[in-house]
Design a binder for this molecule. Structure first.
Ligand SMILES: Cc1cc2nc3c(=O)[nH]c(=O)nc-3n(C[C@H](O)[C@H](O)[C@H](O)COP(=O)(O)OP(=O)(O)OC[C@H]3O[C@@H](n4cnc5c(N)ncnc54)[C@H](O)[C@@H]3O)c2cc1C
Length: 377
């Protein structure tokens, strides 16, 4: 049985980004049930970084992450992010929500403009304008279109470059205590490590159950995405990411001729290999045709993934109080990519017992905000 300093369960963006940082200081093993990284939530994400979701803590994590996400890779990797505008749109009834979002953009020092409906439609030509449709908008020039696969593969390379190991097709079936160590059994192998990181996404509570730790109430919620053809003969690649400020939809270009869209559904789900439901596919097609002049004539592809939330919708990063060396890295919700640089740094600090960084404290972030202990009451 091989012993590591740290074993990470889960090769999604949460587990890989944290493992890549820790592999610089320790021997790290990542065990993943599926045959490749990012099979579940991380491989189904639209991976767009913007300020239109979450509350103060998630937005602060986003702001802290943007610079690292936008940085030029130092080697010949595919560029993991490109600047792509986000257009947050509101009907007349939603103006107060748009005003609040404008304040968020101002507070975070974003490069943005407030636009009329007419101005918004010049940027996203298919939008219907008027009090019931796009009445006013915020155009954020600093949002990022992330390359989820490039990010995942970049972390895999970094882990290996530092001597870390990844085991795919290795579902963890049993975890037991042996002295100071956790013994982790997959179907074909056993490993041990004194620190066990639970980055199992929708399965985070199930993994905690394997060691008899108290579940913290991680709730997986399904989100559906469709891909459909843009208007015949037009290049939509320069269209912004468009998102309604309230319930509704988001839409973004994918290549020259295709658009992706989601009804921003949040149906509760068991942890599973999520699949889209007919109702959600019909809902998004209807909402796009209501809000724009587009026809969703042919859906080329649809999929769903699970976004996992703690009950306060904040990420959970920290050691469990009821199990020595058991570290939670869960509940990234709908922002796991755009917050991954900051969250993995927080994970690194807490796993290594480093002093809490001044730049996090200056933003009002404390370990207690992320601690699983907050969820045990
Ligand atoms: C449709 C959709 C759109 C999204 N859009 C965005 C966006 O625009 N921007 C953004 O930042 N975020 C977005 N997200 C959210 C983001 O994708 C998630 O926050 C993130 O992927 C969560 O990563 P994770 O590593 O926690 O989970 P996962 O990627 O699900 O990884 C967990 C892994 O753990 C493995 N695992 C579980 N149990 C075991 C076990 N017993 N043994 C071994 N392995 C196990 C699973 O197989 C899985 O691979 C979106 C999500 C969805 C679904």
């Amino acid at each position: 049985m091989t012993r590591y300093d740290i074993c990470v369960i889960g090769a999604g963006i949460a587990g890989l980004s944290l493992a890549a940082r820790l592999a610089e200081h320790a021997s790290v093993l990542v065990v993943e049930a599926e045959s490749a990284p990012g099979y579940h939530a991380s491989g189904r994400s639209v991976a767009f970084a913007h300020f239109g979701l979450g509350e103060r803590v998630v937005r602060t994590l986003t702001a802290l992450s943007l610079e690292e996400l936008a940085a030029d890779p130092s080697d010949d990797r595919a560029r993991p992010a490109e600047v792509h505008s986000a257009l947050h749109i509101a009907s007349r009834a939603e103006l107060s929500a748009l005003d609040a979002l404008e304040k968020v953009h101002r507070d975070f020092g974003c490069d943005f403009e407030r636009l009329s409906g007419e101005e918004a439609a010049e940027i996203a030509p298919a939008l219907k304008i008027g009090p019931e449709h796009c009445h006013s908008a915020i155009l954020d020039h600093g949002s990022l279109k992330l390359d989820a696969d490039a990010m995942l593969q970049g972390h895999v390379r970094d882990i290996r470059a530092h001597g870390g190991r990844l085991e795919f097709s290795s579902a963890v079936r049993k975890i037991a205590r042996a002295g100071e160590d956790w013994v982790i059994d997959t179907e074909s192998d056993s490993f041990s490590a004194p620190i066990l990181i639970n980055a199992a996404g929708a399965w985070a509570d199930a993994v905690a159950g394997m060691i008899g730790a108290r579940p913290i109430g991680i709730e997986p919620r399904r989100r559906t995405v469709i891909s459909f053809s843009g208007p015949e003969g037009s290049n939509v690649s320069h269209w912004p990411f468009v998102k309604t400020v309230g319930a509704g939809f988001y839409m973004l270009p994918e290549g020259a001729g295709q658009l992706l869209a989601s009804p921003m559904d949040e149906g509760a789900s068991e942890p599973c290999d999520a699949a889209p439901e007919e109702f959600d596919i019909a809902t998004i097609a209807h909402r796009i045709e209501e809000a724009t002049r587009l026809k969703v004539a042919r859906i080329t592809h649809s999929w769903a993934g699970l976004r996992s939330f703690a009950r306060d919708e904040l990420p959970v990063v920290g050691f469990a109080k009821d199990a020595p060396g058991f570290f939670w890295c869960a509940g990234q919700g709908g922002a796991g990519f755009q917050t991954s640089p900051a969250l993995s740094r927080i994970g690194e600090v807490l796993v290594r017992g480093e002093e809490w960084p001044g730049e996090l404290a200056a933003q009002g972030l404390t370990p207690a905000l992320f601690s699983p202990a907050r969820l045990s009451a």
